[in-house]
Design a protein around this ligand. Sequence first.
Ligand code: PLP
Length: 392
Amino acid sequence: MGNSFKTFLKHTAKDFRNQSVNPPVVRASTIIFKSMQDIKKTQSKYLKDPVSGNFDYGRQGTSTTYALQQILRKIEECYKVYLTPTGFGAIFLGVLSVLKPDDEILVTDSVYSPSRLLTDTYLKKFNIRAIFYNPNDFNDLKSKITKKTKLIFVENPGSNTFEFQDLSKIVALAKKNKIYTAIDNTWGTPYYLKPIKLGFDMSIVSATKYYSGHSDVMGGSLAISKRVFKLVEATYKVSGLRLGPDDAYLILRGIRTLDVRLEKHQENALKVSKFLSKQKKIIKVFYPYKKGSQNYKLWKKYYSGASGLLGFKIKSKNKNSVLKFINSLKLFGYGFSWGGFESLALYQTHQALGKRQFTHINKDEHIIRMHIGLEDPKDIIDDIKQALKFIK
Ligand SMILES: *Cc1c(COP(=O)(O)O)cnc(C)c1O
C-alpha cells in the first residue's frame, strides 16, 4: 500500500460535521431511534452488511470505535475487525470462537506465555487438547496434525526467542487439512505483515503496543477472513467484549503515526542489534539484522520491515552479574509491555521459559528482551555499553 497508505492514515476519520481533524469521542450505551420501525431497519441493515456501522446497542460500538475498526480493516485487508479491551482479549475471542470439545489446537512452542496458559491449561476444561510444535521445524508441525486438529496458532516471531516461521507453508498445510489458522502479529503489525492476505483466518494484534504507541491505553484487534465470520460473530455476541470509545480514541490518535514510529523503531533497533552482535559476551542476537542467517531469510520472505523489539542471549555462569548488567541500564525502564516511544528491558527468567519443550534455554544462558524506543540511538548504545562491563 506504500505511500498511499501513509496518506490514508493521516487523512482518514475526519469529522466534517464538527469541522475537526479527528472524530469525536461518542460515549453511548443506549442508541436512540426515531421509531420501532427504525430499530428494525437498522438491525436488518447490520445483518445484510455485518461490517457496516449499523449498531443498535452500545456494546456493538459507537461511531468512535467504528472509525478505528474501519482503519484497521483497511490496514489488515480483511473481512472484518473485532475490537477488544486488551490484546489478550482478542486471542481469547479468536481461539474460543473456532474450537469445540474434543478438538485439538496446535500451538507454537515459543508462544506468548498467557497464550500458553489459555491453550495448555484453561482449554482443558472444555476437553480441548493443546499440542505444542517446534517453530524451527515444519515437519514437527506437520507430524502433529490429526483428524481432531481444528486450529494452528502461530506467533511470529516467537516470544523472547524470536523464531520466524515459514508462514505460507503453514497456511497451505492447514488449508489442505481443513484446519483454521490464527497468528499473533503484534510484533510486525499489519504495516509490515498482512496475515489475512497470506491466507490466515485470524490475525491478532495487541493495540496496546504499536497502534497506541504511547503506553497509556490497552486494546486489541482480531481481524478475520470471511471463512470464520459466523463463528467469531456468534462468540463475540456472547462474550461481552467491547473496547470503550475513550480507549478507541487514544488508539486512533496513535495509529496516525504508526508508519513514522515503526520506521524509526526499526532504524534504532537495527543500529542497536549491530552493536550487540559485536559484543563478546552476547552469543546471539534475535533480530533480523544480518543477511544470511535463517532468521533473516524467513523474515525477509514475508515482512516489509522490522519493529523495535529484540532479544539476545548472554552466556555467563554468573547470573548475578547479568542481573547487574540489566539493573545498571539508565535509559531503560523495566516493564512487561512495549511498543511505546520509550526503551524497556527485561531479564527473562528460566522459570518463565521453563514450560517450553523445544525453545527452552540452558542454565548458563540468559535471555534479555529489549524494546528499542525512539530516543537517540547513540544514547541507547552508550547506555548498554556502560552496563555491559558488569557481566562476568
Ligand atoms: C502484549 C502482547 C499480547 C497481549 O496484549 P495486551 O494488550 O497486553 O493484552 C499478546 N501477544 C503479544 C505477542 C504481546 O506482546
